[in-house]
Ligand binder design. Sequence first.
Ligand code: R5P
Length: 297
Amino acid sequence: MKDVVVLPGPSSLDLGNFIAARLKSVSVPIDLKIFSDGESKIRIDSNLSNKKCIVVQSTYPPVDSHLLQALMIVSGCYEAGASEVITVLPYMGYARQDRKFLDGEFVTISLIARLLECINVRNLITVNIHSIKALSYFNLKIFNISSIRSLANYAKTQFDLVDPIVVSPDAGGISRAKEFSEIMNSNFFALNKIRDRISGSVVMDENLEIDIKDHDIIIIDDMISSGETILKALDVLKKNQSRKIYAMCVHALSDENSLNRLKAAGLTDLVSTNSVPRPCSKVDLSADITNALSSIL
Ligand code: R5P
C-alpha cells in the first residue's frame, strides 16, 4: 500500500514490522532517547506528508512511559503531515481502572480515552481490552479484536493434551474461556476468585463444580500481571488432582523472571501473544491486527 506507512513504536518493534510486512508497507523508524531524568524524546525523521500512518505501540510496563510515547508518536505523525493516524495499542494499559471500586478512586481509562481523542485519534485498535465497560468511555472508533482463536489454535496444535478442560481463573473471564473451549471442543468452567481491593491479594475457592481428576487443564486469562491469580489457580487445580496444567494469556505483563517463577511453580507451559515481547510470546498478533486494519484502510 503506497500511501500507508507503519511506525513500529519502541515497545512494539517486531510486531510493528510484522504488520508492515503483511501490508507490504514501508516501516518508518522512530528514534527514541531516554534522558537521565526518565523523560522520553521521540524523533521521526521522515516526510509523512499525506500518508496514512499506522502507529503500533503496546502500553505494557512501564505503562506510563509507553503510553506517553504513543501520544508523542501520534502527534508527531500529524506534525509531519500525516493525513490520518490509525493507532494500534495491542495492550491497553489502564483498562482495569474502568470503575470506582473504592471512594475517592478515579476512572483513569476515561482520562486515557479523552487524551487520545484530544490528539485526533479517530481509529484505535486494541486486543482483548480488559473489560467491555472500559470501551464505553471512548468516543472514537475502537476495534477491540480477540486473540482467543489464535491462542486456542496454538494450544490445539502445539500442546500434547489429554481430555483438556479450559479454566477461567475468575467469573469475569468466563466468556473468554467459553470461546476458547468451543474451538478446543472441550468443557470449561470458572474458578471462584476474590481479590481484596486494598491489599490486592487473591483468595480462591478450592471446591470445584467439575471433576478435573486426570484431565489436562488450560488456564486462559487476559493478562498475567503480579502472577498471583495463576499461582492461586495452580494451587487449587493441583489439589483437585488435574494432570498437566498449561497457562495462556493475551498480555504477559510480568517480567521474564516472574514468568519463569510461575512456570517453575508447576506449569507445563506458559504461552502468550506478542502484545508484550517476552520469551513466552509465541502467538503472533500481526495477522489478526492486519485483518482489522484492512477494514479501516
Ligand atoms: C482480572 O480480572 C484479570 O483478568 C487477571 O486475572 C488479573 O488482572 C491478573 O492479575 P495478577 O497476575 O496480578 O493476579
